[in-house]
Design a protein around this ligand. Structure first.
Ligand code: GLY
Ligand code: MN
Ligand code: MN
Length: 434
């Protein structure tokens, strides 16, 4: 039987819906080529509410239908299961997943109108998939004529994100535990990368070390494609090729996090492949570290992600002026955003089941205060392109980002990735294990 947490979430959601029916499709399988599919991962909302990881499934929750919880699933099929593995099937959807009723997914068109009947509000994410939209809109249309015999039909379509994503935004202790596990595994991988990286190795050899450690601890998959960028590649924000031969004097920027039990870690460390920062690298690194410290200090209940970003921007802009990367005065550099030449992204995003997790950042146009239970990243950086002839020559080709995962608590904050070396002396020690 699946963990009771999923039933608790459905109960909270049904309560929050007030009146209505929710229809949620599982993630579709994506074709890679011919009859080969990309690795499958369930849709996070779907998994959050069901604990079920099979494609071609549909969840229906209703406050008005007597059965309240239905699943449409792939039926058992011995021949297909020989090829693709076991399915839960229709009976298993009831006995294992706790659905009140279950049907083969091929019966969705026939059964869905019965579930929409008498529900005035339909919680459905319209516009994500045209084929799914078509199935739902057709079912609404088939429900309308029933009004002649007294039934009502959905007259409002509401994005379930308004409820489900708000639930997901604040993490429970059980969710934090899964995130902490993902982060601990990720930390072990980063420390191993520091210990192993050497001039003369390829970036992908370090990537292999990361992936090996993720998987060996039972992680299903990385939470996103690992970035392993050395030398000038550290200044490329979404570098993924990971195929450069590393040289003495390079910094290596690794942005890699694993997923564990459907929860993501998102951690970046930057370290010298030769084990020792050069002076210019250290100056940039310590500046980014100071910015990160300022943003972590600013993370507390009531603070906004905009304020946390502003704390990093202030420190970075001051440092850029001091290092001669941009012209002062600092207030002007912040106002006209000239610091963006070297710090072009934001400092924080929500973290959870998705690496860029769900939940509103603004409310009525205003940045939203953080509450205990929310997890964010704090990830300032500074990137000087190797070809930037406006920058002092000593800083060209240096890219640094430091990214940690921070839980907002009633008292302030807890840095969940605190055990992963971050200060230059600790990083250098990890690069030269005794
Ligand atoms: N790894 C993705 C990010 O840092 O947002
Ligand atoms: Mn991030
Ligand atoms: Mn990251």
């Amino acid at each position: 039987m699946v963990d009771p947490i999923f039933a608790q979430r459905r109960a909270v959601l049904l309560d929050a819906m007030g009146e209505g029916v929710l229809v949620l499709f599982a993630a579709g399988a994506a074709i890679r080529n011919n009859d080969v599919e990309h690795e499958y991962r369930q849709d996070s909302d779907f998994y959050y509410l069901t604990g079920f990881d099979e494609p071609e499934s549909v969840l229906v929750l209703s406050t008005v239908h007597a059965d309240r919880y239905a699943l449409f699933v792939r039926p058992r099929d011995p021949e297909r299961e020989t090829w693709d593995g076991a399915r839960v099937g229709v009976d298993g959807a009831v006995s294992e997943l706790g659905a009140k009723v279950a049907f083969p997914v091929s019966e969705l068109a026939a059964k869905l109108p019965d579930w929409l009947e008498n529900a005035e509000r339909l919680f459905y994410r319209i516009g994500r998939d045209r084929d799914e939209d078509e199935q739902v809109l057709r079912a609404i249309d088939r429900t309308r004529p029933r009004a002649r015999r007294g039934a009502t039909f959905p007259t409002q379509i509401i994005d379930p994100a308004t409820l489900v994503h708000e639930m997901r935004r604040k993490k429970t202790p059980a969710e934090i535990e899964l995130m902490a596990r993902a982060i601990d595994i990720t930390g072990e991988a980063h420390v191993a990368a520091m210990a192993v990286a050497r001039p003369g190795m390829y970036e992908y050899e370090v990537e292999a070390v990361l992936r090996n450690i993720f998987r060996k601890h039972g992680s299903e998959r990385p939470a996103y494609a690992p970035i392993v960028g050395s030398g000038p590649n550290a200044t490329v924000l979404h570098y993924h090729k990971n195929n450069r031969l590393m040289e003495e004097g390079d910094l290596l920027l690794i942005d890699a996090g694993t997923e564990f039990g459907y929860y993501a870690a998102d951690v970046t460390r930057t370290f010298p492949v030769g084990g020792k920062f050069t002076e210019p690298q250290r100056e940039i690194y310590d500046l980014v570290l100071a910015a990160q410290d300022a943003s972590i200090d600013a993370t507390r209940p009531g603070a906004t992600i905009e304020e946390i970003h502003a704390a990093s921007v202030k420190v970075l802009a001051e440092g850029m002026v001091t290092l001669g990367l941009i012209e002062g005065p600092v207030e002007e550099a912040i106002k006209d955003e000239r610091y963006k030449r070297y710090y072009m992204h934001k400092t924080s995003h929500y973290l959870g089941m998705d690496v860029h997790d769900v939940g509103r950042y603004f409310e009525r146009g205003k940045p939203r205060p953080l509450e205990p239970g929310v997890v964010i990243t704090v990830e300032p950086g500074l990137y000087v392109s190797a070809t930037d002839d406006q920058a002092p020559a000593r800083y060209r080709g240096i890219g640094v980002r430091i990214e940690d995962d921070v839980l907002v608590t009633a008292e302030g904050r807890r840095v969940l990735s605190d055990a992963i070396p971050r200060r230059t002396s600790d990083v250098e020690r990890a690069c030269r294990p005794s």
